[in-house]
Design a protein around this ligand. Structure first.
Ligand code: TYD
Length: 149
C-alpha cells in the first residue's frame, strides 16, 4: 500500500471540522430540512450511506480517509462522533436532523454511543474506495500534519 507522506488538506482554518446548521422549514404538518451540495456543505456529493440498527455499545469508524470528506447528520436518535487529528480529539454530540458535522479529509473518526433506533446519514465526497482508508492509528499519526478539527 502506498501512503501519502502527509495528509495535507485541511490546513486551512476555514476548512476544519464544523457543525453546520441546515435550513429548517417549520410547518404545523411537520418540519422539513434539506442539504444542497456546495451551498450548505463544502463538497460535491458522490455517495450517500446510512448507519442503522446499531446494537447498544457498538463503535463504528475507527479510521481516517486520505481524500474522502463527509457530512454526518443524526436523522433520528443520537450518537457521538469523535474526531482526532493525532494530537487532540473532540467529541461532537449529534441529536437533531437540522444540523450536521462536516468532517474534512484526513481526520481520524469514530462514532459511538448510538441511541436505540438512531439513524446516521453520511454524505461523502468520493465513491467508496477501500484504498482511501487508513486503519492503523500509529500510521495515521505519522501521516497527519496540520489537520484541523
Ligand atoms: P466502514 O466504512 O468500515 O464502516 P464503519 O466506518 O462505520 O465501521 O464500512 C463497513 C463495510 O461496508 C466495509 O466492508 C465496506 C463497506 N462499505 C461499502 O461497500 N460502501 C460504502 O460506501 C461504505 C461506507 C462501506
Amino acid at each position: 500500500m502506498v501512503l501519502q507522506k502527509n495528509i495535507s488538506m485541511a490546513t486551512n482554518k476555514n476548512n476544519g471540522a464544523m457543525i453546520i446548521q441546515l435550513p429548517k422549514n417549520y410547518d404545523v404538518r411537520g418540519n422539513l430540512s434539506f442539504i444542497e451540495e456546495i451551498n450548505h456543505i463544502p463538497f460535491k456529493i458522490e455517495r450517500t450511506y446510512w448507519i442503522y440498527d446499531v446494537p447498544g455499545g457498538e463503535v463504528r469508524g475507527g479510521h481516517a480517509y486520505k481524500e474522502n470528506q463527509e457530512f454526518i447528520v443524526a436523522l433520528s436518535g443520537s450518537f457521538d462522533v469523535i474526531l482526532d487529528n493525532g494530537t487532540e480529539s473532540k467529541t461532537f454530540f449529534l441529536n437533531r436532523s437540522y444540523y450536521g458535522l462536516y468532517v474534512p479529509k484526513g481526520v481520524w473518526r469514530q462514532m459511538c454511543n448510538f441511541s436505540t433506533n438512531s439513524l446516521a446519514l453520511v454524505l461523502a465526497s468520493i465513491k467508496f474506495n477501500p484504498r482511501d482508508y487508513i486503519y492503523d492509528y500509529e500510521v495515521y499519526k505519522e501521516m497527519a500534519r496540520n489537520v484541523h478539527i
